[in-house]
Design a binder for this molecule. Structure first.
Ligand code: TMP
Length: 205
C-alpha cells in the first residue's frame, strides 16, 4: 500500500473529534492528501448501520449482533473508502477501527477475543493501521466531558464499569502492540495532547 492508515481510539470524552481536525490540517500543511472517516459509519450503508447501533431503543441487541454490525460497517468502509485511498497514496485518518471492537465488544461486552480475531481475519486480512493513537483518559473525567454534549446514545448510556473494562482492554492491546499503538495521555489540555501526537507522527515520517 502506498498510503498510510492512522487510527484514533479511546473511550468516551477522550477528545478525538477536535484532534482529528487538527491532525488533518497538520498533515495537509505537509503536502499529504488526507481522507477522514469514522467507524461505525463512513459510507451510506455504514451510516445506516451506525444509526441502528447507537439507537437507545435497541437495548436488547445481542453482543454478537453488535460485533457483526461493527464488522459489516468496517467491510463496507474498507472497500469504498480506505483501500482505494491507501492504494492511491493518501493518508487515511479513521476515527476508531478494529481495536474498538476488541475494547468494546471484547472488554466491554465480554465476547471472546477469538471471535473478534476470526472476523478481523475475514474482513481485514493482513491490513493493520500504520499508527494507532489511543487517547487515554480516566473514565470519570471522560464521561463528564462526553455527557456535556447532547443526549447519550446506546453506548454512552452504559454504566461506568463498562467503560472501565473498555479502557482496560484498550490499554492491554497497547501493551500487546507497542510498536503500533501509542498511548496519548488525554487528561490534560489540548496543547499537551497535540504535542504528544505530533511527536508520534514525526517518528512515523
Ligand atoms: P463514536 O462515538 O466514537 O463515533 O463511536 C460510536 C460508538 O461505537 C462508541 O461508543 C464506540 C462504539 N464502537 C464499538 O463498540 N465497537 C467498534 O468496533 C467501533 C468502531 C465503535
Amino acid at each position: 500500500m502506498k498510503g498510510r492508515l492512522i487510527t484514533l481510539e479511546g473511550s468516551e470524552g477522550a477528545g478525538k473529534s477536535s484532534l482529528i481536525r487538527y491532525l488533518r490540517e497538520w498533515l495537509e500543511q505537509r503536502g499529504e492528501t488526507v481522507v477522514c472517516c469514522r467507524e461505525p459509519g463512513g459510507t451510506p450503508t455504514g451510516e445506516a448501520i451506525r444509526r441502528i447501533l447507537l439507537d437507545r431503543k435497541r437495548a436488547g441487541m445481542l453482543a454478537h449482533t453488535e460485533l457483526l454490525l461493527m464488522f459489516a460497517s468496517r467491510a463496507q468502509l474498507l472497500a469504498e473508502v480506505i483501500l482505494p485511498a491507501l492504494e492511491s497514496g493518501k493518508t487515511v485518518i479513521c476515527d476508531r477501527f478494529v481495536d474498538a471492537s476488541y475494547a468494546y465488544q471484547g472488554g466491554g461486552r465480554g465476547l471472546p477475543e477469538a471471535d473478534i480475531a476470526k472476523l478481523e481475519k475475514m474482513v481485514l486480512g493482513q491490513l493493520q493501521p500504520n499508527l494507532t493513537l489511543l487517547l487515554d483518559v480516566p473514565v470519570r473525567l471522560g464521561l463528564k466531558r462526553a455527557r456535556r454534549t447532547g443526549k447519550p446514545d446506546r453506548f454512552e448510556s452504559e454504566q461506568q464499569a463498562f467503560f472501565e473494562r473498555v479502557r482496560k482492554a484498550y490499554l492491554l492491546r497497547a501493551g500487546q502492540y507497542p510498536e503500533r499503538i501509542a498511548i496519548i495521555d488525554s487528561a490534560g489540555n489540548q496543547n499537551s495532547v497535540r504535542k504528544q501526537v505530533i511527536a508520534k507522527l514525526e517518528q512515523l515520517a
